[in-house]
Design a protein around this ligand. Structure first.
Ligand SMILES: Nc1nc2c(ncn2[C@@H]2O[C@H](COP(=O)(O)OP(=O)(O)OP(=O)(O)O)[C@@H](O)[C@H]2O)c(=O)[nH]1
Length: 224
């Protein structure tokens, strides 16, 4: 079951940004949080929505709708805090529904839990393979969480960075428990990547349109 929750928090609204509002269409982004159990997916989500770390979150799969204002533009984040399948064969699996819904992905592991890093590796592979088939380019960010627990570290920062590099995605190491800023950076960076991917897609569609019209014109001329 997926529960839908509405959150409305508005930050910074300077007079110059208010003036820009009329010309700036609202941006909506569907973000899917993936990763093994207990890595801090809900902690990250709640930190982003409320700026708070509350410690215990329960295991309910939810989609949160969160309205924000960034650089004078209205943003609507839909955040799907998913639950990892328990079945070992399905560990890296992401459903078609999730793949089609998502504009961007945040894949979370805990730096003190090596198996959770392997789950993210499998999920990244699954998404990239599915994206090749669907010709989709929704961006991914890999997050190593629980950075405050250095003494229990089981995955080095280098390994996280290398995985991200090999999968062509961004990488952050953060602590949802310790700070809000790192979490904010992850969501804002993903929003930027989503907007870039959309602009590229629009550009490519525009270019294809021009090529189609030109070949229609020249194709017709040749047959006259
Ligand atoms: N020390 C530390 N603990 C954290 C951090 N983030 C989350 N936790 C703790 O890790 C546990 C699991 O966090 P959740 O956010 O429920 O993890 P989840 O990935 O949503 O777990 P599931 O709902 O089972 O999928 C909780 O006890 C959190 O308090 C962190 O950055 N540092």
């Amino acid at each position: 079951m997926v529960v839908q929750v509405e959150s409305r928090i508005r930050y910074s609204s300077s007079s110059s940004s208010r003036r820009m509002e009329a010309h700036q269409p609202k941006v909506e982004a569907n973000i899917l949080l993936l990763g093994a159990e207990n890595v801090g997916k809900s902690a990250l989500t709640v930190r982003f929505l409320t700026r708070r770390f509350i410690g215990e979150y329960g295991s309910i799969e939810s989609i949160y709708t969160h309205h924000d204002k960034i650089d004078g533009r209205d943003i609507c984040f839909n955040i799907w805090d998913s639950i990892c399948p328990q079945n070992i064969e399905e560990l890296g699996h992401i459903s078609d529904r999730q793949l089609q819904w998502s504009d961007g992905f945040i894949l979370v592991y805990s730096i003190c839990d090596r198996p959770s890093f392997e789950v993210v590796r499998r999920q990244v592979q699954h998404i990239r393979q599915a994206q090749q088939k669907l010709s989709s380019s929704a961006p991914l960010i890999i997050v190593g969480n629980k950075r405050d627990l250095q003494h229990r570290r089981a995955v080095s920062s280098e390994e996280g960075r290398l995985l991200a590099l090999s999968a062509d995605c961004d990488f952050f190491e953060i602590s949802a428990a310790e700070a809000y800023h790192g979490v904010l950076m992850v969501f804002h960076e993903l929003l930027e990547l989503i907007r870039e991917a959309r602009a590229l897609k629009k550009g490519a569609a525009g270019f294809r349109g021009i090529v189609r019209s030109m070949s229609a014109v020249f194709g017709r001329k040749r047959t006259e």
